[in-house]
Design a protein around this ligand. Sequence first.
Ligand code: AMP
Length: 357
Amino acid sequence: MSLEFKDLNLEKTVTDAIRDAGYNNPTSVQGKAIPKILNGLDILGIAQTGTGKTASYLLPLISKLSKDRSRALMPRCLILCPTRELALQISKAFSLYSKHTKLTDLVIIGGTSYKNQEKAISKSPDVIIATPGRLVDHCSKGKLLLTQTKFLVVDEGDRMLDMGFIPDIKKILNLLPIKKQIMLFSATMPNELESIANKILINPFKIEITPQGSTSNVIEQKVHIIEITSNKDMFIKKSNHLILTIENERSLKNSIIFCNRKRDVERLSKFLSARGIKNTALHGNLNQIVRNEVLNSFSSGKTKNLIASDVASRGLDIPEVSHVFNFDIPINLEDYVHRIGRTGRAGKTGKAITIGF
Ligand code: AMP
């Protein structure tokens, strides 16, 4: 018999929200993590996006926070993640799962006004969802105290490491109370992250959902080798090959096309548009408002092809991407795993095509 949410000891407000969301059974990571988080254990979870990992920590945390009625004047839970998009996505999930409670959250990310964030901090949200840099700014200005923050989630730990956030995370850890529960999630576990995990987690419960560095088996992976005679014609040849492939892939509903560099994202976007392939570009140089617009347009199906740098490759919950193209071969294995993890999600099949030469 399969595990049910009602077996997990979550508060009724939470199981009601799960029912409203239309979830039938807990996913594997949820079945493993929820009881342990409710019991107060530290967690080391190796799980990719698409496994249900966000709910695996949000559901028990909402359950715990809503039981403790004393409204603190300081945040009781902090969720750290590497990108603004992921922070907004976690906040959306939080709203969904906490809708029958009185709990509130606040997103603290770069690219938005300090003043508005300070105002929102003064309203004492229960949960803060933040990227590390902006959070440290607020703390060092004395605008935010974390002395009652007894729950810390670090999501996408490997991406945090890649983006150089570890020093900020260490600073934040020093601001938290000594007695706290830490939940660290990561798609992969590079050695450096493992040694940090060993230092900050106390007897953690370990969960590994997919073998390290492996990719989901519902993704068909292909490499197209094309002949390049000079660096000068490389971009054009790869672009033309991509267009041909897009036109020939019958099962293509929508795609994310990854480039290694922001300037190639822009260049490819213009190249495809000029040849009648509708697309939109997403990379770190765009301001927050534009990035949100691009993502909304892609998620709602208005734009069929999204051309992205690696800022978009992790953590984003974009449903039903049928194809991922690597216009450039990613620089490391972890990026490859994350990029192609955008397809073949929630039991659907997907295709990943890498253009090589
Ligand atoms: P995540 O791995 O957290 O990015 O979640 C991936 C997707 O799975 C999200 O769209 C969730 O809404 C969905 N999801 C999470 N838990 C469940 C569940 N138990 N049943 C069905 N869908 C779920």
